[in-house]
Design a protein around this ligand. Structure first.
Ligand SMILES: *[C@@H]1O[C@H](CO)[C@@H](O)[C@H](O)[C@H]1NC(C)=O
Ligand SMILES: *[C@@H]1O[C@H](CO)[C@@H](O)[C@H](O)[C@H]1NC(C)=O
Length: 281
């Protein structure tokens, strides 16, 4: 049976969870914010810069999902240098088993030209046009809207170029302000709202892109829990978070982070991390 009333939902949820917790000692109830105890569960490198496939640098990770529960990871393959300017292609890998086994590689459409730019009159984001006839004709490709999604941009809206990340706080109705708890070297960060909790990843250092850290907030970003989790101490840059919600209990336990990771420089690899939100229990 589905309860459709929003009000009764909001009431029944926590009561039911507390009741189950009381009745079943030792059971883990997956919606008690106090139990959030993120654990790096597994990690795999999806792209390694230099050499392989004659790509100088992989950068700019983006992680998203499909309605059927596949995870899609994207990165820019920068052909001849790590610079923002120059020939590049979009690399994609897909996992149909919640990131358990290796992500499958996908070849980009051969000969296709892809040109992407930022923003239109309707709103900000990234928009691409495609040509399969060497530039004779073009058509609209995908659009990745930025915050606020699918709404007309207003003057105070923050516009992250990559991912849905927003280092520091973004809010439409309130004034923008700097959150001093979110130490940041100026970078594209990751953010994700899941089951009433806001998660945030960035290199938590005020000068250098190092120390990729996961934080979480039980108050929609007004305050952050003290016990942050370090994902990688070394060089780390942009990050992007995602999670699945196909209705399974498993999906409630995990979030996924795709981030730039290195030993000497943060753009050496792009790594995928599966994080168990309840300490692996
Ligand atoms: C989980 O808890 C949060 C915070 O109390 C609440 O907002 C959310 O609706 C709950 N989710 C479910 C599915 O009960
Ligand atoms: C890493 O981040 C944590 C959490 O913000 C902080 O306590 C620690 O000092 C940071 N370390 C470095 C080397 O930046």
């Amino acid at each position: 049976m589905r309860v459709s009333g929003r009000g009764s939902d909001a009431f029944a949820g926590p009561v039911l969870v507390s009741l189950l917790c009381a009745l079943l000692p030792g059971c883990v109830c997956y919606n008690t914010s106090a139990q959030i105890d993120p654990l790096v569960y597994e990690e795999q490198l999806l792209w390694v810069s230099g050499g392989q496939g004659h790509v100088d640098t992989y950068r700019i990770p983006v992680l998203t999902f499909t309605p059927k529960g596949s995870l899609l990871a994207f990165a820019e393959g920068r052909k001849s240098s790590s610079s923002d300017i120059g020939a590049k292609f979009l690399a994609m890998r897909r996992s149909t088993d919640k990131g358990l086994s290796t992500f499958k590689r996908y070849s980009p459409a051969k000969g296709r030209l892809v040109v992407c730019g930022h923003g239109t009159i309707e709103g900000d984001g990234v928009f691409c046009i495609l040509s399969d006839d060497h530039g004779k004709s073009w058509r609209n490709g995908a659009a990745l809207k930025s915050i606020p999604y699918n709404q007309k941009k207003s003057a105070q809206d923050f516009n992250p170029d990559e991912c849905q990340g927003h280092a520091r706080k973004e809010s439409r109705s309130k004034e923008l302000y700097f959150d001093s708890a979110l130490v940041d070297p100026v970078v594209a960060a990751g953010a994700l709202q899941k089951n009433g909790i806001l998660y945030f990843t960035n290199p938590s250092n005020d000068r250098n892109r190092v120390n990729l850290t996961l934080r979480w907030s039980l108050t929609d970003g007004s305050s952050w829990e003290k016990n942050a989790v370090q994902i990688w101490a070394g060089p780390s840059g942009y990050s992007c978070m995602s999670s699945l919600d196909t209705g399974s209990v498993e999906d409630r336990k995990f979030v996924f982070v795709l981030y730039e990771k290195g030993h000497k420089d943060y753009y050496e690899t792009i790594s995928f991390v599966k994080i168990h939100l309840y300490g692996g229990r």
